[in-house]
Design a protein around this ligand. Structure first.
Ligand SMILES: *Cc1c(COP(=O)(O)O)cnc(C)c1O
Length: 376
């Protein structure tokens, strides 16, 4: 479909990805690798196109959340190493090997099951050990009470046949908040690595820094960084917005179309639930975008968009496929005009804060029916 006819679309600026990628590369010490998280369809930007670009740029590793995401990339011809961060049931061990995907391992049972499958197939599976240093999500516990046992368990896991332990990693829970807690987690990780090393258990790639740690704590880079949201040009939390040191560029501009403009008299209620009654005669524009396209419904009656050379505010509830905006003060707005939902005039950070969420969630919410248009 021609751009002129699209109802809602996302322009994805691959040059911005290139800029952000080089920005991080320049921050890295010699030999430190860069893993690009492309889970959740590359945070809504399109995993295949983004991965192709990253491969061309020279990224070292990709990460996905699950097996299907990894297979999608392999089928598209992506040859880079790919790490699955989440769980893969051992019944899929053959697929892991067939598609050459690395798997994060977070307990001994999981390691044993994959080891058996690899031995049976006469192959080797590449794995990364996950340590839980305080996120309390996946991984073997590394707090003071559990560390000794975890070291012993990891040593047993390390000796299992059929597995190649390429990496070990942990994840910070508050690297955009508490320095003290982040350093506690990091110290636990280093302590674990030391204890393992004493037993001859070593890993080529030790990694822990996602975006917030990459921006705040260069001491945590170790052998590889994992910047996700920041590679896409956004800051890990609304509070980090002021932290504009590296000058990242947002990749996505979400746009929609004005499909109707009309004058509606004062006193008229707008949209579902009639939460807004017009206080003045109002020029209302209908945009062909709603929450199914990724507009946060909780920003009903306040979301800002850019249209006709100015800012306009959504009036009333955001619907599934449509929303109404007040363009009384924007005389040029007419049907067929493009409106920017997020982009250079309406930063995603601002809407995320309004929606009381993080940039990640809004990007992931951009609907499947919204075509991604790549600019390079
Ligand atoms: C998603 C994810 C990342 C990337 O996080 P950002 O905050 O987007 O940089 C890094 N590591 C792990 C384990 C993740 O799940």
């Amino acid at each position: 479909m021609e751009k002129a006819q699209r109802r809602t679309w996302a322009e994805i600026d691959l040059k911005a990805l290139e800029h952000n990628y080089h920005t991080f590369r320049a921050m890295l010490p010699q030999g430190c690798k860069l893993l690009a998280p492309v889970k959740a369809d590359a945070y809504g930007h399109g995993a295949v196109a983004v991965s192709r670009k990253l491969e061309e740029l020279g990224a070292d590793y990709l990460a996905v959340a699950c097996l299907d995401e990894g297979i999608e990339l392999r089928k598209a011809g992506i040859a880079l190493p790919i790490l699955i961060l989440g769980y893969t049931d051992p019944v899929w061990a053959d697929e892991l090997m067939e598609y050459g995907l690395s798997q994060g391992i977070f307990n001994e049972d999981g390691a044993r099951a994959l080891s058996q499958a690899a031995v049976k197939a006469g192959k080797t599976l590449t794995v990364h050990m996950k340590a839980d240093t305080g996120m309390s999500r996946l991984g073997l516990l590394c707090d003071e009470a559990d560390l000794k046992q975890t070291v012993e368990t990891m040593e047993r896991m390390y000796q299992l046949p059929g597995l190649r332990w390429e990496g070990i990693f942990t994840h910070f829970s508050d690297a955009d908040g508490s320095e003290e807690y982040t350093m506690l987690q990091f110290t636990r990780f280093l302590e674990l690595l030391d204890r393992l090393k004493e037993r001859g258990v070593t890993f080529e790639i030790r990694h822990c820094a996602a975006s917030a740690a990459v921006l705040n704590y260069p001491c945590t880079y170790l052998d590889m960084i994992r910047p996700g949201i920041s590679l896409y040009g956004h800051y890990p939390a609304p509070e980090c917005e002021g932290l504009d040191g590296p000058g990242l560029k947002a990749m996505m501009t979400l746009k929609s179309r004005v499909i109707s403009v009309k004058k509606v008299p004062a006193g008229t209620a707008v949209s579902y639930g009639r939460i807004h009654t017009l206080e003045r005669d109002t020029k209302l524009a209908v945009l062909s975008a709603g929450y199914a396209d990724g507009l946060p419904r909780r920003c009903s009656d306040k979301l800002q968009v850019w249209v006709g050379g100015g800012r306009a505010t959504v009036v009333g509830r955001i619907c599934m496929d449509l929303c109404m905006v007040d363009v009384t003060d924007l005389p040029d707005v007419k049907p067929g005009d493009a409106a920017e939902i997020y982009g250079p005039h309406v930063p995603l950070e601002e809407t995320a804060e309004m929606a009381n969420t993080i940039q990640h969630e809004l990007l992931c919410a951009v609907g499947k029916r919204v075509p991604r248009i790549y600019l390079d």
